[in-house]
Write a protein that binds this ligand. Structure first.
Ligand SMILES: [Zn+2]
Ligand SMILES: [Zn+2]
Length: 307
């Protein structure tokens, strides 16, 4: 498996990346691109898995007909840009370049808290349990990041891009402001480092959470039953979060993977109209129907109070 993967990346490097870098006259950076390629392929693999899982579901029992194809295409562009360009780039910068500096700083100043494995040595011997614990802890912090996105005015101005979509499909997952992506990546990466997620498990956790998020945005009439709804975020659960009544500070159902956080912190809504209309009617129309660039500019202006 690893051998095939190495062959594939080697081939891509030789036949795609090097020629492009050569043509652009920036061959001295091509070694860096080799490492970046891993993140790019992880992104591509993530999109493929999400598509294979979500597309049949959307065809099977859609919540609503797709009447605005243009809006969906905008979300596809978001997905391609985010997963193949921005996120791999960020992961590369954050993980490869900053990690050493940041860890060095923390160690020098004695600020590095014990990792979970140091606190609970039994995690070292059972990687599956360790994986589950890391997922739960990271998911907890994702819940809080999402709540903050709704509670600070400047942050909501960015997050409104995500909520403005009225034609929600599994592609909507990546519809976020670029700055919001940067904050999310730093937040997630920093927490993963602090709790000591092993580098080998990190991509798997990212894949799992991204898949859960894609599925939760899918245009499918699907819930996991009375008990299941409380264990795992379903398309119904998250669609309610995107309902027009749920925008801004009045939000419900913030969880990414585990609804238990909404339960514990009093933001769960298992009862409201199950499949509400989505969108953020009080936000500028450009955030809903503008193209990618227009949405970025309008949200940024609103963030700094210019609009
Ligand atoms: Zn939200
Ligand atoms: Zn969402």
């Amino acid at each position: 498996m690893i051998q095939y993967y190495a062959q594939l990346t080697g081939w891509l490097f030789e036949h795609a990346i090097q020629p492009i870098f050569y043509a652009l006259g920036i061959m001295e950076y091509s070694e860096d691109a080799y490492e970046w390629l891993d993140f790019f392929l992880l992104g591509l693999f993530g999109i493929l898995v999400a598509w294979l899982v979500c597309r049949p579901l959307e065809a099977w029992r859609p919540v609503e007909p797709v009447t605005d194809r243009r809006a969906v295409r905008t979300d596809m562009l978001y997905t391609a840009l985010t997963r193949l360009g921005i996120l791999p780039m960020l992961a590369f910068v954050v993980l490869v370049s900053w990690q050493a500096t940041w860890e060095g700083f923390l160690t020098d100043n004695n600020l590095l808290p014990p990792t979970l494995e140091e606190l609970f040595p039994s995690l070292r011997t059972s990687p599956v349990l360790a994986f589950a614990v890391y997922v739960v802890v990271l998911d907890f912090f994702e819940y809080w990041r999402h709540r903050f996105q709704h509670s600070f005015r400047w942050w909501w101005a960015l997050h409104a891009v995500h909520h403005a979509q009225r034609q929600m499909t599994f592609w909507t997952d990546d519809r976020n402001h670029i700055l919001d992506d940067v904050i999310a990546a730093v937040w997630f990466g920093a927490i993963a480092l602090l709790i000591g997620v092993p580098p080998g498990q990190f991509p798997l956790i990212v894949l799992l959470l991204r898949l859960a998020e894609s599925l939760s945005h899918a245009n499918v009439r699907l819930d996991f039953g009375r008990v299941g709804e409380r264990l795992l975020v379903s398309p119904r659960f998250h669609r309610l979060h995107h309902g027009v009544l749920s925008v801004g500070n009045a939000g419900k159902n913030y969880a990414v993977l585990l609804p238990v956080w909404d339960w514990v912190f009093g933001t769960a809504d298992f009862r409201r109209d199950a499949y509400p209309k989505t969108g953020a009617p009080e936000e500028p129309e450009a955030l809903a129907t503008g193209g990618w660039w227009r949405q970025q500019v309008v949200a940024a202006r609103r963030m700094v109070g210019l609009a």
